[in-house]
Design a protein around this ligand. Structure first.
Ligand code: DGL
Length: 283
């Protein structure tokens, strides 16, 4: 059986690359919903329906485990699908299938705490706030998932999400470095103005943005730590596979890249990031 990796477009390749590095023999099938990208400005209902369709396709391709390599899908759709759709899908399939997100491992990396460890609310004065800036799509920012979940665990961590409308589409459509650098500088400046100072740490909370991490690094004050969502997600997936031997990642080293958009090569930005040609099949 194989592991599926799903995103609205090429952003999830940032997660896929880390998984492939850690699991060279696993069978991995990537699906980009490029016919419908971007998700970040869509309604919640749309995002739930598209994410369900993407997972369904990957299950039908033989994946047992799907990783939503998309913050927007994970923030808006994952809980709904786990509660309302997956139990039926498991019954229909007659085999174990599951969908994992990327927000839980990212929050564990940001807080330094296991997910289960929520803090008792305290009325003590907090002496110093560590400020965490999150660059993400409008839908992820509107969900407030990072603010809500981090606040349950670390009240000394103040979270500011900065929606970056249009940035994922610009990356998806191979915009020039200059244009991307300018957009990213504007988003960093907007967040800095809103906070009143620079964030102490940042998360690129849209998997597309990892492809331009070097541009975020230059726009933020030198040395600002970036919490690495792809690494955290890949490690969490490995831990999950160890705890759940019923999900076999396969052993043929299969690499398939599917898209609901146009078959063929991907854009230059994605291929430079990936480190070689990426040939997608239409599904
Ligand atoms: N890469 C996605 C994310 O992590 C979605 C970008 C989009 O489709 O707007 O949020």
């Amino acid at each position: 059986m194989a592991i599926g990796v799903f995103d609205s477009g090429i952003g999830g390749l940032s997660i896929h690359r880390e998984l492939a590095a850690r699991l060279p023999d696993a069978d991995l099938i990537y699906l980009a919903d490029q016919a419908m990208t971007p998700y970040g400005g869509r309604s919640g209902e749309d995002i739930v329906a598209l994410t369900r369709a993407g997972c369904d396709r990957l299950f039908n391709e033989g994946c047992d485990l799907v990783i939503l390599a998309c913050n927007t899908a994970a923030a808006v759709a994952l809980r709904r699908l786990q509660q309302t759709w997956l139990p039926d899908r498991r019954r229909e399939n007659g085999r174990a299938v599951n969908v994992l997100g990327i927000i839980v491992p990212t929050i564990e990396a940001a807080t330094g705490l296991p997910w289960e460890q929520e803090a008792e609310p305290t009325s003590d004065k907090i002496e110093r706030l560590d400020i965490l800036g999150i660059f993400c799509t409008p839908a992820t920012a509107a969900s407030r998932v990072y603010e809500i979940e981090i606040d349950k665990r670390r009240q000394d961590l103040a979270v500011f999400s900065e929606p970056c409308p249009g940035l994922a589409s610009a990356i998806e459509s191979d915009a020039s470095e200059e244009l991307l650098a300018e957009q990213i500088r504007d988003h960093v400046a907007a967040l800095t103005r809103r906070i009143g100072r620079s964030p102490d740490r940042a998360i690129l909370g849209c998997t597309h943005y990892e492809i331009t991490a070097h541009l975020f690094r230059s726009a933020l004050p030198p040395g600002t730590p970036l919490i690495h969502q792809p690494g955290a997600t890949a490690e969490a997936a490995l831990g999950y596979l160890r705890r759940h031997p019923e999900f076999s990642p396969g052993s043929g080293g299969l690499r398939r890249f599917l898209t609901t958009g146009h078959a063929g090569r991907q854009n230059g930005l994605a291929e430079r990031f990936w480190g070689g040609p990426l040939i997608f099949e239409h599904t």
